[in-house]
Design a protein. Structure first.
Length: 86
């Protein structure tokens, strides 16, 4: 990453976690919140695991991955419900 003044690597990482969780949930396509929880762990768990020294703050990465995964699952569920007849 760029270490120049004003460059926000944390913001880019947070955005990438949100997008990664959302893309995984959209690709899966069922709108299941159980799968969204799995994608949250797969997309965001590596950051607290490789952080040295391990900080509880790094677990916030899971929050950003969850935002993306659960938002995508919810929107997918709403689209599937709207397309059902009746």
């Amino acid at each position: 990453m760029d270490s120049s003044r004003g460059y926000d690597a944390t913001g880019i990482t947070a955005a990438a976690l949100i997008v990664g969780g959302a893309v995984a949930a959209f690709i899966e396509g069922s709108g299941s919140f159980a799968w969204a929880a799995v994608f949250t762990a797969l997309v965001g768990a590596w950051i607290p695991l490789i952080e040295s020294p391990p900080l509880p703050v790094s677990a916030v990465a899971l929050v950003f991955a969850a935002i993306g995964a659960f938002a995508a699952a919810l929107s997918r569920r709403l689209v599937l419900d709207a397309s059902e007849p009746g």
